[in-house]
Every structure is written in C-alpha cells, then in structure tokens.
Design a protein around this ligand. Sequence first.
Ligand code: HEM
Length: 459
Amino acid sequence: MSSTIPVFRGKNPLLPGAEFLRDPFRFSIGRAREVGDFFRIPFIPKNLPAGRQVYFTTNIEVIKHVLQGNQKNYVKSVAYRYLKMALGNGLVTSEGEHWRRNRRLIQPAFYKTQLEGLYNVMAGIAERYSQGLLKKIGEGAVVEITEELMSVTADIALKTLFSADNPADISEMYRIMVEAQEYIVQRTVKPYLTPLAFVNGRHRRFRRDMDWFDGHIFNLINERRKNPQPVNDLLSMLLHARYEDTGEPMDDRQVRDEAVTLFAAGHETSSNALAWTLYLLAQHPEILKKLRKEVDETLGGKTPAFSDLRKLGYTMQVIQEGMRLYPPAFAIGREPLADDEILGVKIPKGSVMFLSICGLHRDPKYWERPDEFYPSHFLPENEKKRPKMAYAPFGAGPRMCIGNHFALMEMQLLLATLVCRVDLELATSEQVAPQPLITLKPKNGIKLRLRPRKVFPPV
Ligand code: HEM
C-alpha cells in the first residue's frame, strides 16, 4: 500500500517553492526541519518540463535508496547537463556503461597508496604559497580568503594534472575555467537569459575560450604521446591506463574530458571547504589553539610530509566538521528513470530528488550539537555512535567522489601550513552568507585579517 507524503505549502500558497528556490541551503537547515525529513515541494521551475515533482529529503533511508540500493534507476539531474558544455562526457557528467568503464579505468590513480607522488607536488606548492603569502601580508593585511585559496588549489590541480609550469598558461587556463563556470551557472539558474548570451557575444566568448583550452590540452596530450616516458601526474596516468575489456587506452577526446572534469571538480570544492573552515576557526579561538598545538607538536614549523598526515588527527576532525556545517556539495540531485517507491511513497519517473546533504549534516538525530562548530563530533567514539551515511560530503554509492582522499590530504596540508604560519581574525562584522550555486560559496567572500604568527614554533 502506498503512503502519502507531506506537501510543503510555504508562506505564499501561489508560489510554494519560492522559499526553497530562493535559498536551498537556508531552507534545508531551517524551514525544512519544521516540515519533516521527506516531503514534496509543488513547484515547476522554468527549466523543468511541466508536471515534474520535487522531493526534498534528509532521510538516510531515502538517500541510501537513491544513491546505493536502487542507484541504477537514478541519473543525475538536469543541472549536470549544462555542465557538459565545458566538461564534455567525463566522470561527473556521463552515465551508464560509458561512465562505468571510465570510472573503473581511472579509480586506481586515486587509491590512497597512489597519492604519495602527487602529495609531494602539492607540498611544494603549499610551501611556496605560504612563503609568498607571508611576503604579501607584510605585518598584516586583509585578504579575501576564498580567492586566495582558489588560486592555490587551482595551482595544485593544474600541476598534479598536467605538470603545468608556465605561469601564463596556468593563469589563462584558470581564467577560462572560472569564466566558463560562471557562464554555465548563469545558464542553469537563469535559463531565460540564454538568448541574450547569443546576442551580446557572451556565448561566442565562451566557445572561443573553450577552443583555446581544448587546443592547449590536445597539444599537451600530443607531446606526451610522442614522449611516452611516464610523468608523475594524472595526465600521464590517463594516457597509460588501459580498459579491462579491450586493453586499449582512452582516445584523446576522452582524455580531454576526464582531465577537464578532474580540474573542475577538484579545486573549487576544496578551496570552499577550507575557506569555511578558516571562517569557523576565526570565530573559535579555543579550537584554533588546540589545532595549532597539534600542528606545532607534530611538525615543529615544517610543511607536513605524507607520513605526517596520519598524525594530524585533530586537524582532520576540524576539516570534517567544517564540511559538516558547510558541505561544498550541499545537495545531490537525481532523477528516476522509471517509477519508483520509497518508504511506501510512489515517486513518478522524471521527478527531481533533492538529497539535502547540508540538512542531513545538521539532523539532531545524529549530531550532538547540530549547528555548532564542534570537531569532537568526529572523535572515533562519537563516529561509532551514528550511521555512516549521516555524513556524506563526498556523496555515497558508486558515484561517490573519486577525489575524496586527494581532497582530504590537500586540505590537511594547506590548513596545517596556514595555521602554523599566520594569525587570523575576521575582518568584517557583516554576516557571511552562503551562496548555494554549484558548490556552496560564501556570497561576498570571507575577509580575514592575516598577520605573520607572533609565536612561531621552533623549526
Ligand atoms: C572537498 C572537496 C570535494 C568535495 C566536497 C567533493 C564532493 C563530491 C561529491 C558530493 C560528488 C558526488 C556527486 C554526485 O553524486 O552527484 C563528487 C563527485 C566527483 N568528484 Fe568530488 N569533491 C571534492 C573534491 C574532489 C577532487 C579533489 C577531485 C579530483 C581530483 C574530485 C573529482 C570528482 C569526480 C571526478 C566526481 C564524479 C565521480 C563519478 O561520478 O564517478 N572531487 N565530488
């Protein structure tokens, strides 16, 4: 027998979805709690064909069903299709057999044991970056920390992917990706402005930029194919990997799509997660003090080596807690290919399943202090007390983030390197509001006043 599901009516009965659409993050951690953990929102956004239903959930069983139990019946939602304009048919945007073959091919490069070589590249960048930052801030300066971190994570992504070392190419690739993402976000959230982009040259600029970008990557691929010595980067791994079934390598187009996907998926998420964590630390001096104690005692002022990471347990708890409160992938969208039934509720084919990860992360059923910054949530004894799925910043099931270990080690490295070298305080009294676009960004950035640390640990 099928059950009925609560329907969210909202303040304005004519536009019941307006509250949700205006700010899905705030909605998830506020209003939604009053309604329940699985309900329907009766609205039809402009970019969805009429008649679609939106199902909002923070319920673990529903999330498990969609991402694991019956994942074969679910494809990524409409927003991902726009991403194909820049990413092509790589891991993030592809589906079915095409996705499965490539995931199997690429996965081994991201095993923890494979990441040490890439870590050493990251550590060099972190060291140079922190030296440059200390010079830049002099005796103290206000910086927009999201932009700062975005440029260092983009540098890490470009060097670990392509061993790119020409600063002009790096900054051009970075510019193109940032602008392409802005354009795609605009097409996703304001589809009615698309005709304007074709008239005012915005679309032409996007195409021209992408042609330059692709040409550049195809050149890199050609050079590598001519000189088949393995290089310590992900591009080399993509070129040397062979499909299980045919023994053949990927063709150039697929290598391009996967490389651009790894770049795009990999740097903004990590930089946003770190920016939010620093924002939280700036407001919690006692947690910052404990974090520094661990970093100072473990590293004595040095940049962490790969083998140091496992000793930085509290640093990891702080990062996990930052991503609990502000998960960069704040929601995951899926659409059923065929009618389904979840917890007795009939879900028609083509509905939108909005899996609210940020809502799940603040569910009082699983978290002792749902809205507080409390890294002890991640003490091993506390982790044992809650279901594994209560924390899903990297998603779950077969499509779980391939770069999770890469991201965690990058964040541990950057956080440890920064907190042992600089003092930080919030440089704005304005409330920092999250802006939920593709990832959860701080709306007008986060301004921090950074100063070289006064009590620097002995090296
Ligand atoms: C804090 C950092 C990161 C977060 C929070 C994050 C989060 C996620 C999430 C939630 C998904 C699943 C999306 C879905 O199921 O719809 C995902 C997928 C993916 N991520 Fe990440 N990610 C991060 C860093 C990275 C990095 C560093 C890389 C690569 C170097 C990466 C590459 C990917 C790829 C390729 C996919 C698609 C996997 C597939 O469908 O097979 N991510 N990520």
